[in-house]
Design a protein around this ligand. Structure first.
Ligand code: NAP
Length: 247
């Protein structure tokens, strides 16, 4: 299997895209820890799923937005599984509203979780990966960071920030055997998008050349590739996985 003896941490791995990535990494033989913010039951079910592939799984309730908390999470995973090879910075939230209605807490909440969370976990993880002289960091951005979607000033700023962060960290750690890439999903069918109005969804669907919304497994397949042994010459990139929405 592609990821035998690898250890992975997927933040926000209890639902949606993170869950699909965690299971896909486990299917390829990795030991997989997930983190989540509040939903204990969902996280426990994902650990069962990970272990059903025969590998080791663990779930940690931990808020990525906390600097110390994120460092403790990364260290706890490395201690539990004896290292950390793959970090998937996936945890994210939305607080969509037009700019004039956007409150300070809407801005801070999204930036703290979606962008600072990536910094927090990456900073802790690279220390371990440098010692190992190997690491794969995969940041889940969004096409919202590439094109301007009204109502998402906070979210777009965070996701565009992730892509810039990715390029810098890729340069800083390339010589240490660590690659850093982003995935920019388009419209993926998860809890995050389930609340959107049908009319809005239909409008988006008409603009997707492949003619369907994405599923979490579409993103997981790319994450497995970027985590695996054949992608070592790819770093600093953003892979857009959107069915052609942004072409
Ligand atoms: P989701 O279904 O809402 O799941 C979000 C996950 O993140 C949950 O596991 C949640 O844990 C966790 N989480 C939220 N805040 C956290 C925090 N502060 N610390 C730790 N974990 C936290 O979302 P999704 O649609 O799978 O999205 C996953 C990622 O893909 C996000 O970064 C999102 O921005 C990005 N993305 C999604 C889409 C899309 O169309 N769905 C498109 C582009 C990009 P709890 O369950 O405990 O709350």
């Amino acid at each position: 299997m592609l990821l035998n003896n690898r250890v992975a941490l997927v933040t926000g791995g209890s639902r949606g895209i993170g869950k699909a990535i965690a299971l896909a990494l486990a299917e390829q033989g990795a030991s997989v820890a997930i983190s989540y913010k509040s939903n204990d039951e969902a996280a426990a079910a994902v650990v069962e799923g990970i272990e059903s592939y025969g590998g080791r799984g663990a779930a940690f309730r931990s808020d990525v937005a906390g600097f110390e908390e994120a460092a403790e999470l990364v260290d706890a995973v490395a201690e539990r599984f004896g290292g950390l090879d793959i970090l998937v910075n996936n945890a994210g939230i939305t607080r969509d509203t037009l700019l004039l209605r956007m409150k300070e807490e809407d801005w801070d909440g999204v930036l703290d979780t979606n962008l600072k969370g990536v910094f927090n976990c990456t900073r802790a993880a690279v220390k371990i990966m440098m010692r190992q002289r190997f690491g794969r960091i995969i940041n889940i951005a969004s096409v919202a960071g590439l094109s301007g979607i009204p109502g998402q000033a906070n979210y777009a700023a965070a996701k565009a920030g992730i892509m810039g962060f990715t390029r810098v960290v890729a340069r800083e750690f390339g010589s240490r055997g660590i690659t850093v890439n982003s995935i920019a999903p388009g419209f993926i069918d998860t809890d995050m998008t389930s609340g959107l109005q049908d009319e809005y969804k239909q409008g988006i669907l008409q603009r997707i050349p492949v003619g369907r919304f994405g599923v979490p497994e579409d993103i997981a397949a790319v994450a497995v590739f970027l985590a695996g042994p054949t992608s070592g010459y790819i770093t600093g990139q953003t892979v857009v996985v959107d069915g052609g929405l942004t072409i």
